[in-house]
Design a binder for this molecule. Sequence first.
Ligand code: PMT
Length: 223
Amino acid sequence: ATATPLAGKKLLVTAGGTREALDPVRFLTNRSSGKMGYAVAAAAQQAGADVTLITAPTRLSAPSGVTVVPIESTQDLEQAVISRLPKADGVIMAAAVADFQPLHQAEQKIKKSADNDQLVLTLKKTPDILREVAQRKRVDQVVVGFAAETQDLLANAQKKLATKHLDLLVANDVSQAGIGFNGDNNQVTFLFKDGHRDQTPITSKRAIATALIEHVAKIFTEK
Ligand code: PMT
């Protein structure tokens, strides 16, 4: 095998947890640190790819040699991915994307009032970016999704693989302490289109990213 199996391939990698603004100073988000997506970006860059890392705010510094596109909301992420899709050879969606956003974003800071002990937030669905990618995807493009689940991991992941027409789905059980969100380690099951599955041991996100990129390189050779 060559050391740079992804040479010449333009890859979009998403990372981190999107932020959905409630008002000018507050937002809804999740526990994603960005570590998994940054590890994937670094592994892809080392494999020779031209990597654009589309990232929600994180505490991490970007891997060297990678183009960074900062975003905050799911809508920002959608715009960043969809606008770059035509020129990309592949997309790897490791970001933890909000499924809901506030129906209204208050223009001024939301205030407490003496007669109100409760505040009810109304949320609406965010755009499903992977679904849009699936609709626009050319046959030569490789699309990889992640699935973060706390129950029925493989059944839900299998559904996402099929309905979103993915080449590969990385199923991440996020109910177990020490893996998934935020930690340095992870354990995932790779689900391939042909029905075959491959579970990794608990290992570093770096090692999982390297394994993922090897699978992606193989999928490109089969296109
Ligand atoms: O960042 P870390 O702390 O290292 O944690 C890593 C991780 C747990 C966030 C990562 O491994 C992971 O599982 N990321 C996907 C999290 C997620 O949003 O999963 P989901 O099952 O809700 O979404 C499924 C897929 O659809 C994902 O690829 C997601 O990017 C995508 N999606 C989700 C919602 C939406 N509106 N549009 C999308 O495209």
